[in-house]
Design a protein around this ligand. Structure first.
Ligand code: FMN
Length: 380
């Protein structure tokens, strides 16, 4: 089909999928548009680049079931606070309960204001969630990945290895998967904590944490980096300090010290894209796979992250909008969000890939446009 023929089909698909998005929409996109959406998260092939970031939307198996039905590519489970065999948690201040979330406009986009932090139920409950999540993964329905916040010491203190050992072993057993896929969270609220006042302290965590985790199990590790309260140069220094991680999730929300809350919206994606643009492949050797997070609210924004090296994206806020903000009229929020991100005739992923083809910025290979060809340095 010609580029203009594809655009006509897109308008048609956008309208009819408002009522129901086919679960296997990547196959439909491949057949109809000759667009291959295949992407990658933590070294795993995924059918398209859109996943769910860790948070309040991956707390129970009901949410995972809805996501699997919608055809989401992957879901990162809520962050659990590590503990030692006696149940002590050095980061216990992060295991606080808070139910109120407010979805609000900020800077011309959306943000979720919420004062809670990590998983606030028992560690055994988390292991049960990780086991249930693994069932979805094993069945090929949804790639799931647990997330942990482990002990982060002051510069003069040692790491609490017993927390690293106990938590990592327990998760490796619960998931029964080798290697264990795992995210390590450095949250935005940490950026607002006196613990993160010292650059040297943060750099030491980034250098040493991967080995601390990997010492205890066969782990494929994504490090989810916070937006520290320093400048862009330091943000780059952080990326380069991470040793031996298999992926980086770039970058968690900004911290507003006046209100004492983390936030997102356009200010977050502006900062993330600005920093990522300085990590040109080739000039930044040794940078692992990247997964983008922050204000992904259109296919166009997915492309912006991909052009800066991200082979997947992880969303939270866009899965939480008031229902009337989605163009779809039926289906779960996950389905409605995927529908808009993929099929919007102006700013959806398909439209933007076709637009780049028409502009000569993306070429077909074997008759297909490939999402992963958007990444700099992709093999043509
Ligand atoms: C209410 C809420 C809770 C979150 N909880 C976590 C968490 O426990 N662990 C984590 O790594 N990220 C957490 N995040 C960050 C999201 O996973 C995501 O990276 C971030 O919000 C940026 O994406 P967005 O702009 O699409 O929301 C949370 C975000 C929100 C809004």
């Amino acid at each position: 089909m010609s580029n203009s023929g594809s655009r006509a089909s897109l308008t048609n698909d956008f309208e009819r999928f408002k009522r129901a998005l086919p679960r296997d929409f990547p196959a439909h996109v491949r057949d109809t548009y000759r667009i291959n959406l295949a992407a990658r998260y933590l070294g795993e092939p995924i059918p398209h680049p859109i996943g769910k970031g860790s948070g309040q939307l991956s707390l129970n198996s009901g949410q995972l079931e809805t996501d699997a039905e919608a055809g989401l590519a992957f879901a990162v489970l809520k962050t659990v606070i590590a503990q030692d065999p006696a149940g002590d948690q050095s980061m216990a201040a992060w295991a606080i309960h808070e139910t109120k979330m407010k979805v609000e406009r900020r800077g011309g986009g959306w943000t979720v204001t919420w004062k809670g932090r990590g998983w606030d139920r028992s560690f055994d409950d988390y292991l049960a969630l990780a086991r249930a999540a693994w069932d979805f993964t094993r069945a090929g329905l949804l790639l799931t990945v647990p997330s942990v916040k482990y002990h982060l010491p002051r510069l003069t203190e040692p790491f609490r290895d017993d927390e690293y050992a106990f938590t990592t072993h327990a998760l490796a057993q619960a998931c029964g998967q080798t290697p264990l896929l795992l995210e390590k969270d450095f949250s935005p609220t940490l950026a607002g904590d006196p613990l993160a006042d010292e650059k040297q302290q943060i750099l030491r965590w980034l250098r040493e944490v991967p080995a601390k985790i990997k010492a205890h199990a066969n782990v494929r590790l994504a490090m989810k980096l916070m937006n520290a309260r320093f400048d862009d140069d330091f943000q780059l220094e952080m990326v380069k300090a991470v040793a031996s991680a298999d992926a980086l999730v770039v970058f968690n929300r900004l911290f507003d010290p006046q209100q004492g809350v983390a936030y997102g919206g356009p200010e977050l994606s502006d900062r993330n894209l600005r920093v990522l643009a300085r990590l040109t492949p080739g000039t930044s050797p040794g940078i692992p796979e990247l997964s983008g997070t922050g204000n992904v609210s259109s296919g166009r924004m997915i492309v912006e992250y991909a052009l800066r090296g991200c082979s997947s994206v992880q969303l939270h806020t866009f899965f939480q909008l008031p229902l009337e903000e989605y163009p779809a009229t039926e289906g779960s929020r996950t389905q409605r969000a995927l529908h808009a991100l993929m099929f919007d005739p102006r700013d959806g992923l398909i439209a933007v890939m076709l637009e780049r083809e028409a502009a000569g910025a993306l070429e077909r290979r074997g008759g297909e446009l490939h999402f992963l060809d958007l990444l700099p340095g992709a093999k043509r």
